[in-house]
Design a protein. Structure first.
Length: 240
């Protein structure tokens, strides 16, 4: 039977490419989305992938969604924590709300979903958790104290949970994408983005498929010995 995979923020951007890559790798994929119903419906129609709406920041909604998916399909064995937002500003202009929104969405959701899925994976003696970090969590980024903190948190979370999961066959890894061609990156002021691209040795933005390939690699049954690691996919922009 195909392994069940849940991808948060799985209907748009990098998440959509991850959902599609996992589907092509033979997984039964369920793609979560938070609010953009029109995009989720278009994605489901195009790919045949089931979409589920819940707020990944909300602990109870995550627990309920995981229980519901498990009851309908079986244990979630692959979890991809991809949901993420930016609220960029220099610290002087960053409100507490901008801080909270990014920490809750980008890091709080990783706790909510990993916790909700963990016991099922443990009972199954198999699990794959991959969380999408960022080059900016490794290297820092001007205007992103919130985002860099949340993404750096993902890298710490990954290492800690990998130690707990190892004995149960649960691997826990992260991917640190560089600048990938998505709506999020296209929202960076053009003159700033131009300078960033000039610093990427491969000379281009990453594609969402570049990240999807990494997730397929880390979630394969054969990836059993890879845990607690961070896979950088950044065109050579930062070596960590
Ligand atoms: N390093 C040093 N100085 C910088 C800088 C940088 N990277 N970026 C801007 N500055 C300087 C400017 O030159 C300017 O200096 P002067 O006042 O001397 O002219 C000063 O900072 C203020 O810059 P802005 O006018 O741009 O200030 P702002 O308040 O309007 O905007 C900002 C600040 C929101 C941080 C804006 O510069 C911005 O959006 N930067 C892009 C941030 C970024 O890269 N975000 C990544 C989003 S994609 C993502 O996060 C995905 C992923 O994982 C990779």
């Amino acid at each position: 039977m195909a392994r069940i995979a849940l991808v948060t923020g799985g209907t748009r951007g990098i998440g959509a490419a991850i959902s599609i890559a996992l589907q092509r790798a033979g997984r039964h994929v369920i793609a979560n989305y938070a609010g953009n119903t029109a995009a989720a419906e278009a994605f489901a129609k195009e790919t045949g992938i089931e979409t589920v709406k819940f707020d990944a920041c909300d602990y109870d909604q995550c627990a309920a969604a995981v229980a519901d998916i498990t009851a309908r399909h079986g244990t979630i064995e692959i979890l991809v924590n991809n949901a993420g937002i930016t609220r960029d500003a220099v610290i002087g202009k960053m409100s507490r709300d901008m801080w909270d929104a990014v920490i809750d969405t980008n890091l709080g959701s990783v706790f909510n979903l990993s916790k909700a899925c963990y016991d099922g994976m443990k009972a199954n003696k198999f699990g794959r958790i991959v969380s999408i970090g960022s080059i900016n969590g490794q290297a820092g980024q001007y205007g992103q104290v919130n985002y860099a903190s949340a993404k750096a948190g993902i890298h710490g979370f990954t290492k800690a949970l990998s130690l707990e999961g190892a004995r149960y066959g649960i691997t826990v890894n992260a991917i640190a994408p560089g600048y990938v061609d998505t709506e999020m990156v296209r929202a960076v002021p053009p003159e700033v983005l131009e300078k960033i691209i000039a610093k990427i040795p491969r000379g281009r933005l990453g594609s969402t498929e570049d990240v999807g390939r990494g997730v397929v690699f880390l979630t394969a049954d054969e990836a059993d010995f890879i845990t607690g690691s961070t896979l950088s996919i950044n065109g050579g922009q930062h070596m960590y």
